[in-house]
Ligand binder design. Sequence first.
Ligand code: HEC
Length: 144
Amino acid sequence: MMKYKTILFAGILTSIFFSLNSAKAFHKDVYYPRAPEALLEILQDMDNPFPPTKKNIKEGNKVYFGKGLCVKCHGVKGKGVKVPGHSPRNFTDAKWQDVRTDGEMMWVLKNGSPGTSMPIRVGKVISEKEGWKVILFIRSLAGA
Ligand code: HEC
């Protein structure tokens, strides 16, 4: 009886160890996709339905600083402020801008970023239309 308990305990410890470890591995590289692997192809093919006009970017700016509350975690310049757990991306990083597609960002806006403090935004506090526009605003921060 004692032996079984020991084995069970060791098993629980091992699974905790591996889940902590994989959570770490998931976030190690800032360029690593945040959306599920199985959806990547579809998301990467998805175009933003709105063109990056001055007006659309300005509307995105309003969402970012206003009801989206993005500024609270992503900062005034988009470089990110310190939050518990995984840090927000640096939106001004040209390499990150290059790697990440609008469709992948929309997935994060609709689902949050699992395992981080990035909350669901589209469908909760902003509309899908506002989501696409705030993405245009994030694009305008490149190299800023
Ligand atoms: C409570 C803090 C918080 C708020 C509010 C917040 N975010 Fe985030 N966001 C984060 C964190 C932390 C991450 C990093 C998670 C990750 O690695 O995917 C993140 C990640 C992201 C990403 C994904 C980055 C990537 O690599 O794909 C996008 C896009 C994003 N946020 C946009 C927004 C927008 C737009 C808003 C407002 C509508 C917003 N966030 C509001 C904390 C926040």
